[in-house]
Design a protein around this ligand. Structure first.
Ligand code: FRU
Length: 510
């Protein structure tokens, strides 16, 4: 399948192997611990922050509370990867200060030293984040969220906060946060996309320290069921047409309850964003319950790589993990597609992900009336990728289950032309009332042909249907690992090819 070609990057992975040192510190083998997704060694994590690529290294910062496995005074944790697959967790990058907790934000590589923070030819990394003053919040003020900056001259290891913070003062909007900054070349200026209540506001700057308001976007468009958070704005080509994508997470108000990320495709002229199609109905980057606050890496050229937090504020603080809470999605490459008369944002796992594939087990021309893949391939336990290709989509389901009778069911429902994930009986579900549910997503592809890819880990599944046109991510917590994988179809769904790849855990020595 296009854009998800399983190219082997093994040599690259051998050069850089942070997993080796991590394994020595901690086995990462607790119950429900993701084996192919980033999760912090211990304690609480939420949104990805400050994702930036510099000198061959992908930096992933994240909302982190080192004091407990629940949300608390926010710091920025830090992890790095050379291949977007294997991660090494580094010491905490940013700590709360007198202006407040360090909420979500972004990092830019200030290549032209517009900020003047660079010294001796060193490119400064500049972090732009929200400073959330918990005292002001308690007092009932509304201007307790302001934007501050910090810079690093050692590739994100240590940071100096700007002495004149905040750089964008709250104008009297209670929810005023999560700045995502990028360089706008035609206007030779920085653009900040900021979540402001249930809209986004754009600011611009020539030096990252002085900011001017440009415009506001979002009134009566998309979903307004909750506050907008963690926006992102970036150009992305469709054929030879340059379009712009605006992401905006929202909580609550998602398509399957709670948190989710909507998007708009349009034009941006340096001052204003204008959608190129109707967004009375929201469009979601991922229709599952567990992909939130996702944004893209900066400084990756025309390649746009997205990653989200694999949880939902409805239950994030009470999911049944003990040592740590939450993981990130697989990094995903974004493209714009136009299957019918609408532009859509598609996402698929980055090609580097294929570097951890074990040898595939392949089946050709299978009628999937009742196919027990685990009988042919052995027990499923552990992370895996299942890829089904068919010339004609029909009703089908994939079930992952264990000897306790716990079961996760995913598939396609022809009468409603929708995909679904049903975690009603997936294991431990009783910790929150909305958790045991069946989630659905529309099928956007207009072809009969389908490609259906599942990335399965110990406590999550990511579904990429039709080359990423419909995406769903859900987490689950079985009492014992799923070991059986069955594909069923009363409609005689036939796969021209099924391939099943076990995955090498990213924390293991290889
Ligand atoms: C989104 C969010 C952001 C905020 C951060 C606080 O999940 O609520 O808006 O900056 O989490 O941790």
């Amino acid at each position: 399948m296009k854009n998800f070609s399983w190219i082997c990057f093994v040599s690259l992975c051998y050069v850089f192997n942070p997993a080796q040192s991590l394994k020595a510190q901690s086995p990462y083998d607790e119950m429900h611990r993701p084996q192919v997704h980033f999760s912090p060694k211990e304690n609480w994590m939420n949104d990805p922050n400050g994702m930036v690529y510099l000198n061959g290294v992908y930096h992933l910062f994240f909302q982190y509370y080192p004091g407990a496995t629940v949300w608390g005074p926010m710091h920025w944790g830090h992890a790095v990867s050379k291949d977007l697959v294997h991660w090494q967790e580094l010491p905490i990058a940013l700590y709360p200060d007198s202006l407040g907790y360090i909420f979500s934000g972004s990092i830019v590589a200030d290549l032209q030293n517009t900020s003047g923070f660079g010294k001796n030819g060193k490119t400064p990394l500049v972090a732009i984040f929200t400073q959330h003053d918990p005292i002001g919040e308690k007092k009932g003020t509304i201007d307790f969220q302001n934007q501050g900056i910090a810079y690093s001259l050692d590739e994100g290891k240590t940071w100096t906060k700007y002495t004149k913070n905040p750089v964008v003062k709250n104008p009297g909007i209670r929810d005023f946060r999560d700045p995502k900054v990028s360089w706008y070349e035609p206007g030779k200026k920085w653009i900040m996309t900021l979540a402001t209540k249930d809209r986004v506001t754009f600011y611009s700057s020539h030096n990252l320290t002085e900011w001017k308001k440009e415009s506001t976007f979002g009134e009566k468009l998309g979903s307004h069921g909750g506050v907008w958070e963690c926006p992102d704005l970036f150009p992305l080509n469709y054929q030879d047409q340059q379009l712009w994508v605006l992401l905006s997470s929202i909580n609550p108000g998602g398509p399957n309850k709670g948190s989710a990320t909507q998007y708009f495709i349009g034009k941006f002229n340096g001052n204003e964003f204008t959608p190129i199609q109707d967004y009375t109905e929201p469009q979601w980057i991922d229709y599952g319950a567990d992909d939130y606050a996702g944004v893209t890496w900066s400084n990756t050229g025309s390649r746009k790589i997205f990653l989200g937090w694999m949880s939902n504020w409805n239950y994030a603080t009470i999911v049944p993990t003990e040592k740590w809470r939450s993981a990130m999605t697989i990094p995903r490459e974004l493209t714009i597609k136009k299957p019918g008369n609408r532009f859509l944002l598609a996402s698929e796992p980055v090609k580097e992900f294929a570097s951890i594939f074990e040898k595939p087990i392949v089946f050709a021309d299978k009628i999937l009336d009742n196919f027990d893949l685990s009988k042919e391939a052995g027990k499923i336990n552990g992370p895996a990728v299942l890829h089904i290709h068919s010339a004609q989509i029909k009703n089908f389901s994939v079930s992952l289950s264990n000897m306790k009778g716990e079961e996760l069911i995913l598939g396609y429902d022809a009468p409603t032309n929708s995909f679904y994930i049903d975690r009603t009986k997936s294991g431990k579900t009783e910790f929150e009332k909305s958790f045991p549910a069946r989630h659905t997503a529309p099928r956007f592809a207009t072809t009969k042909e389908t490609d259906f890819v599942l990335v399965i880990d110990n406590a999550s599944v990511e579904m990429f249907a039709d080359n990423g046109l419909t995406v769903m991510t859900d987490i689950f917590f079985p009492e014992e690992d799923y070991s059986i994988l069955r594909i069923q179809s009363p409609a005689h769904f036939t796969a021209s090819k099924i391939s099943f790849n076990r995955l090498k855990p990213i924390w293991d020595n290889r």
